[in-house]
Design a protein. Sequence first.
Length: 405
Amino acid sequence: MGVTRNHTTSADALAEPGAVGRPLSLRPRRKVFYLLDSLNLGGTETQAVELALRIRESGYEVTLGCLRARGPLLERLQGSQVAVREFHPEGGIDSPAGFYQLLRLSWFLRRAKFDIVHTHDLWSNLLGVPAARLAGVPAIVSSRRDLANFDWYQSNRREWLRRIQNLGGAVLVNATPIRDALIVEHGFKPEKLRVIHNGVDIEKFHTSGGERGELFPGVGKGKLIVLVGNMHTDVKGHPWLIASAPAVVHEFPSARFVLAGDGEQRPRFEEQVRKLALEQNFLFLGRRTDIPKILACCDIAVLPSRAEGLPNAVLEYMAAGLPTIASRVGGNGELIEDGVTGLLVPSEDSAALSDALLALLRDPELARRMAQSGRQFTIQNFSFERLVREVDELYSELLRGGGSH
């Protein structure tokens, strides 16, 4: 299950005279193990997979572990040099199978002599951090990418989660509001937390809208308003966007709302549209893998979430050059300067959302300026190159200082 090979660990190399600051070309390759719940389409999963693929160029040998090694993103890894391993705790993290997988993972990490373990979500934190500590991995990084309403985040279980995450050297968050909440509400020490914002593939989302007629036949010149988000719950704000639609359609009858994503709540959202008699104004696309092409055809993007970390969707909207409306929650305020790079509205407020949509529809020049400013801000601050550089710096710091303590 593991591959044994003789090599000098990064911790050893960095202890040698002259190792600190050594050029990448002279630094021994570091072995890093990433752990995820699954490879389903989602912000956390996408960020982890893209980081795994790109950080290799900075001198890393990457293995990506999954509690369930399945999902659409598995195809993204095929043909790459990123190895994929499964550690499935059938019956749950706290079951006998979960304990077995923890021991199995610890043995695998020790035998393969990984320099760094980086867990990316709730379940991988719970399994991967103790396993890495047992294995004596030099640097351990866990993650908190949102403040969702899971029991582990909101009940007395969060004390156990904090203790587990404190076994590592750093807890990585992707937005400053998450860092602040973990300090004030969850009792983390400030020095344990590091903020590294998400990245986005700027070039991937810089495409023309030439396929509008093919992707959206029959829409004509009507404005397309897009929301990209899963429908597992209402956390992405679908009910409030649907409720905002009558006021928009009253003034702009040819406007279409494009909903890309799927999940258990889709029938509920479709029924809400039917009750408003707006079936002709809504396009439910389901799960899609051609989001850059879809965004290139749209005119306005929206993400009226009830809760967020630092949403990939907003980064992708802005990289695609779309005027963007988002709710004033989580890290959205770090992406959008209200009135400059986009518009911020209160969450769960359909009237404010329809007002913002109408403001952009009525004033195309305002929409153009915001789209241009948003794209430029994204290019300057949220590239994957910046993400890889900051993560590499964090790993180096932890390896120099004994990063699992």
